[in-house]
Ligand binder design. Structure first.
Ligand SMILES: Nc1nc2c(c(=O)[nH]1)N[C@H]1C(S)=C(S)[C@@H](COP(=O)(O)O)O[C@H]1N2
Ligand SMILES: [Mo]
Length: 260
């Protein structure tokens, strides 16, 4: 996203905030975005702290977290909400009992993890705000295994520079080569808030939001947070993957680093 687009996104948020009184009856997500804005205005010190942290903060700084009271009553589903893919539907019909996460590429020991194995690993829960490039936000609670823990299990080779997430959902019906994919660099891969989430708001992650496993990249925009993750691959470049830009939307012109 260019600085101009970023400014546009911020402006849209401010406008949403200004309309708070008139739109109090709006459901879930939009209303919470407004509450957040109101809180920022009232909590001046916190806003300044956050601004300063962003200014000098490292890539390892944490995204803001929220409380149960802040949870959006309904969380918007966006992009694919039910993958148009026979293999995925077959797995879903058995409650993902036969699903496995493949991890390969530039790793020492390629492996496959069942949901039970992922759930047995150290878990992290966080309540965060999801910002979509389209200008809406929702607050949700996510539980999952830190991506770094999974990568440690397989061991990255020194040549690895990026982690690519291959998803189950074709973006053009009937065209498997159009499946959604995303990528992040190693700074993010080992960021403590980057998790592979299997629970949302204290329940099993619904299909709508990426079952059985979706990525959370809390310091970037929504399109980085791959849903329906089937395979994770460590690579040294995006050459030969999709259109070569590191993600489905990136191949269509979105910026690869979508930091917020
Ligand atoms: N596999 C896959 N992941 C995806 C998408 C998608 O269409 N397919 N959409 C992205 C976009 S633009 C957003 S805003 C979020 C939406 O997540 P949600 O449905 O949980 O709100 O998922 C992201 N990850
Ligand atoms: Mo999005």
């Amino acid at each position: 996203m260019s600085d101009r687009e970023r400014a546009g996104l911020r402006r849209r948020r401010l406008l949403t905030g200004a309309g708070a009184v008139g739109t109090l009856l709006l459901g879930g997500c939009d209303r919470l975005a407004e509450n957040e804005h109101v809180r920022t205005v009232l909590g001046g010190t916190e806003a300044v702290t956050r601004w300063f942290q962003r200014l000098v903060g490292s890539r390892q700084a944490l995204a803001p977290t929220y409380t149960e009271a802040d949870l959006s009553p309904s969380f918007r589903g966006n992009g694919t909400i039910d993958p148009d893919d026979d293999d995925y539907q077959e797995l879903a019909s058995k409650n993902f009992a036969d699903w496995q996460l493949e991890v390969g590429g530039l790793v020492r020991e390629p492996a496959a993890f069942s949901l039970a194995e992922l759930r047995a690993m150290p878990a992290r829960t966080q309540i965060t705000r999801h910002d979509c490039v389209e200008g809406w936000s929702c607050i949700g609670k996510w539980t999952g295994v830190p991506l770094g823990a999974v990568l440690q299990r397989v061991g990255l080779r020194p040549e690895a520079r990026y982690i690519v997430f291959q998803c189950a959902d074709p973006m053009t019906p009937g065209r498997p080569e159009s499946k959604y994919y995303e990528s992040i660099d190693l700074d993010d891969a080992f960021h403590p808030q980057i998790i592979l989430a299997y629970d949302m708001n204290g329940q099993v992650l619904p299909v709508r939001h990426g079952a059985p496993l979706r990525l959370r990249v809390e310091r970037q925009l929504g399109y980085k947070m791959a849903k329906y993750v089937m395979r994770i691959e460590a690579v040294d470049s995006f050459h030969g993957i999709g259109g070569g830009k590191g993600g489905y939307w990136e191949d269509l012109g979105y910026t690869w680093y979508a930091g917020i």
